[in-house]
Design a protein around this ligand. Structure first.
Ligand code: ZN
Length: 275
């Protein structure tokens, strides 16, 4: 393996990425012989920030994005989970109307247990439209909650609702910040957008940020366990997958548990006057 392919290999493993800790000023990894330098580690920012998870379905919001929300709330910030649908068609055994109610109830209980809010739009599961109405509705929610950070779906998904959510959020952030667009709430600029590590959105997902979720790992998994689907009842073992993933991402970043996040390319641009 030559130097450049080795670097690519390590980069694919996430060893070239930045690691952010809310619990400790630096991760517990040491550089291995021959290992390329990794990105910077950052101590917690001085003030907690408000954060919104915007997902196609409640399971995505809590399983793939929830730990990041839980952490920010733990630090004293505000957290909102916005699901564009109830994910009501997710069960092969329970009729959509009843399953939608269960999903809503689980979301509200899970959000409450994390000290956050749960909100929903009323689009049908599997039929979320990439429409101006949806973009404006999400944009209005962003203006109302005024998050500094949004975590949402990466576009590289095989699920059409997840792809739709990515597109909707992208334009909703634009609408939220557009001063000339008159809406009920004043405009709001979102400072940071991050894409979540979701098993259904893995196509081209390349994390650049590792977030230490060790302080909230237990309460996050307890919140997820309020959803029956967490235990694999709908065919995918979410509990095994996301707890193992948090362990694996933690190994790569030097934390006990971590989530990996991906930034839009333009967010990674650095403007410096010295290297
Ligand atoms: Zn989903």
């Amino acid at each position: 393996m030559d130097d450049s392919s080795r670097r690519d290999f390590l980069k694919d493993l996430g060893l070239g990425a930045a690691a952010f800790s809310a619990a400790a000023p630096s991760p517990q990894t040491s550089r291995l012989p021959g290992q390329p330098p990794s990105g910077e580690s950052a101590a917690p920012s001085s003030s907690p920030r408000s954060i919104m998870a915007i997902a196609a379905h409640p399971g995505d919001a809590f399983f793939a994005m929830g730990a990041a929300v839980a952490l920010e709330v733990h630090r004293g910030g505000q957290g909102v989970f916005l699901s564009l649908s109830l994910g009501e068609k997710g069960s092969a055994r329970i009729a959509p109307a009843q399953y939608g109610r269960l999903q809503r109830e689980a979301s509200e209980r899970a959000a409450h247990s994390l000290g956050a809010q749960a909100e929903f739009l009323s689009y049908l599961d599997g039929e979320i439209p990439v429409s101006e109405e949806a973009k404006l509705a999400v944009g209005d929610s962003i203006r109302r909650h005024r998050p500094a950070v949004i975590v949402t779906h990466w576009r590289g998904s095989w699920h059409k609702d997840h792809q739709a959510c990515y597109s909707i959020v992208n334009d909703a952030v634009f609408y939220a910040g557009l001063p000339a667009l008159e809406r009920p709430q004043p405009p709001h600029d979102v400072r940071t957008i991050l894409f979540a590590d979701n098993w259904e959105d893995a196509n081209g997902f390349s994390p650049d940020t590792y977030l230490d979720i060790s302080p909230v790992f237990d309460r996050w998994t307890e919140a997820c366990a309020l959803f029956p689907m967490w235990r694999g009842e709908n065919g995918f073992r979410y509990n095994d997958y996301y707890t193992s993933l948090a362990t694996a991402r933690g190994c790569l970043s030097g934390f006990k548990y971590a989530v990996a996040l991906m930034s839009p390319p333009e967010q990674l641009t650095r403007r410096v006057q010295a290297l």
